[in-house]
Design a protein around this ligand. Structure first.
Ligand SMILES: [Zn+2]
Length: 78
């Protein structure tokens, strides 16, 4: 079974859980991650998520943009 790597949907960095305490994960470049653990891209499965920085930025974007920006479905007109 392939290891599942958490990948940020926005900045495309991946989470490195290796040798860190829970909540102390580091986020870095996918290529560096694969080299560090001697993996090939086909060796891993990706689960898309948001890294803490992007989650924070995205949350702020949703909070402070106009209400129209929050409408994902429904009428786009008017
Ligand atoms: Zn990110």
């Amino acid at each position: 079974m392939s290891p599942v790597v958490q990948k940020c949907s926005l900045c495309r960095r991946v989470r490195d859980d290796g040798g860190t305490e829970v909540g102390q994960e580091t986020w870095g470049d996918l290529r560096d991650f694969l080299i560090k653990y001697d993996l090939r891209p086909i060796d891993v499965d990706f689960s898309h998520t948001f890294c803490p920085e992007c989650a924070h930025a995205y949350r702020n974007a949703l909070l402070y943009r106009t209400p129209q920006a929050l409408k994902v479905s429904g009428d786009a007109g008017s």
